[in-house]
Design a protein around this ligand. Structure first.
Ligand SMILES: [Zn+2]
Length: 252
């Protein structure tokens, strides 16, 4: 639900100026939203919107988000004026959302250089486990797990550490795991156009551990296979076997 009334003060003075409420467009989130709608660009929880945020607007957005988090704390009947523990929680949470745990929505993809596959490498390799940290779109509580990426190289290759950076960027958004793996696969295909690609994600969901059924051991595993991994069952098998070996190495 969108509030039409700016009700809080943001520490930089009251939002009501000269006895008038500001126009909606003066809220930076409204300006960014209007820009996205104008271009017909999707801005779901697991989309990246960095291209539509102008220089300086992220700082403004941080102030606005802190205002809204302050409102949330007040609605939870927490005495933020007198509780030294929560006095600056709104600012901390705003910064954490925009620049840490959801940075994959607001920041550009880390630079990833790709190189021609001059040696015509075509043996498959796997990278993992890569730690993935996300939050579920339904409750905004953590999803923590591991990811393995298998590649049969195509025309271009990228450095191994780049897979970690891209995975971190993709996962640092509110997600559901089934979509996260598809988005990561799309990004990797775009970056190095592999002949075959496989991704496995095994993660624990705090909406099952911390709340709800409170089942601490349950994890969710899902995978995506594309290109040669999809068409060639033996290649797919090889990928899953390599990941099993990597996992076994971890537990020795
Ligand atoms: Zn959830």
């Amino acid at each position: 639900m969108t509030s039409t009334l700016p009700v809080s003060t943001n520490g930089n003075g009251p939002l009501v100026k000269n006895g008038k409420l500001p126009a909606l467009e003066s809220l930076v989130s409204e300006r960014i939203r209007a820009r996205l709608r104008d271009k017909d660009v999707s801005f779901l929880a697991n989309d990246n919107v960095a291209d539509y945020i102008l220089p300086g607007e992220l700082d403004e957005l941080q102030v606005e988000v802190a205002d809204r988090v302050r409102d949330l704390l007040k609605a939870l009947v927490i005495d933020i004026e007198n509780d030294h523990n929560t006095a600056e929680t709104a600012e901390r949470v705003a910064k954490m959302y925009l620049h840490e745990v959801f940075k994959g929505r607001y920041h550009q993809q880390p630079k990833v250089a790709s190189f021609p596959n001059v040696k015509k490498l075509d043996e498959i390799y796997t990278v993992g486990p890569i730690t993935v940290r996300s939050a579920c779109s339904h409750h905004l509580v953590p999803i923590m797990g591991n990811c393995w990426i298998g590649i049969k190289p195509g025309e271009r290759v990228i450095g191994l550490s780049k897979f970690t950076r891209v995975a971190d960027w993709v996962f640092s958004r509110p997600h559901i795991q089934e979509e996260a793996v598809m988005i990561l696969a799309d990004e990797i295909e775009r970056l190095c156009e592999p002949q075959g690609l496989g991704i496995i994600i095994k993660a624990q969901h705090y909406c099952m551990k911390w709340r709800g059924v409170k089942e601490p051991q349950t994890s969710m595993v899902n995978s995506v296979v594309r290109g040669d991994f999809r068409h060639d069952p033996s290649l797919k098998q090889e990928f899953f076997e390599l990941v099993r070996q990597q996992e076994a190495l971890l537990s020795t």
